[in-house]
Design a protein around this ligand. Structure first.
Ligand SMILES: N[C@@H](CCC(=O)N[C@@H](CS)C(=O)NCC(=O)O)C(=O)O
Length: 228
């Protein structure tokens, strides 16, 4: 039995966590079947098996793995076919890229969609989300999202390393998608599922790349239930 514990909203079919999408797409890349187990922010009890307070958590037939990056490494170590990293060097570079993605892409988007995410949670989870995220942001969710217009241009500029990666290749990982593509696209899936905000301009090479990513696995990402 293979289970992926993932964050859901009030509509339990909506799986909007960027980190969970990274794990989900890593499993799809490997061609591994899994059952998605939706949990809300406050339903942490199943995560105790992995000593985790965050999702994603993978239960691979009794082997519990937490942390999206570690799940990708575990999958490569356990299922050698269709590597996500391809080499020890790529995995080591992945540590650096993971940190960059989290700080620049994910945290760049977060204030611009945070009030939209809040709207899709039930009352108890919404209160938890507001409390924890307002402490983190140092302002209300609405004030943070209210800065969207001034944040957008510098955010788009900050994505130039990703654009550079697409100058010679269709995917960030080269000719075909691999871990870096899933980690970046998983973050865009979060926006797509939780908000109607469009962070990319139509003539941005990243826009076309995101379309290619939407098309993968028979349009898997495109077909997902959205909260909006
Ligand atoms: N470093 C972790 C981060 C995971 C994470 O922060 N997940 C969020 C959902 S997007 C979570 O579970 N938050 C729990 C909470 O806020 O209580 C990873 O890469 O898996």
């Amino acid at each position: 039995m293979r289970q992926l514990f993932e964050l859901c909203g009030e509509n339990r079919d909506v799986r909007f966590s960027p980190y969970c999408w990274r794990a989900r797409l890593a499993l799809k890349h490997k061609g591994l079947e899994f059952d998605s187990v939706p949990i809300t922010f406050l339903e942490k009890q199943p995560l105790e098996n992995a000593s985790s307070k965050t999702v994603p958590v993978l239960n691979d037939d009794g082997t519990w793995v937490k942390e999206s990056f570690d799940i990708a490494c575990y999958l490569d170590d356990t299922y050698a076919d269709k590597p996500l990293f391809g080499s020890a060097d790529a995995r080591a570079q992945g540590v650096v890229l993971n940190d960059w993605l989290n700080r620049t892409l994910l945290l760049g988007l977060f204030p611009m969609i945070v009030a939209d995410i809040h709207r899709h949670l039930d009352a108890k989870n919404a209160a938890y989300f507001r409390d924890t995220r307002e402490k983190f942001l140092g302002c209300t969710l609405e004030d943070a999202q209210g800065t969207r217009a001034e944040r957008l241009a510098p955010f788009r500029k900050s994505l130039s390393p990703l654009r550079a990666g697409l100058r010679a290749n269709d995917y960030l990982s080269g000719d075909a998608p691999a871990w870096l593509d899933y980690a970046a696209f998983g973050t865009f899936m979060w926006v797509h599922l939780a908000s109607d905000f469009e962070p990319l301009e139509a003539d941005d090479p990243l826009y076309d790349w995101r379309e290619r990513m939407f098309d993968l696995f028979d349009g898997y990402g495109r077909g997902m239930p959205r909260a909006v």
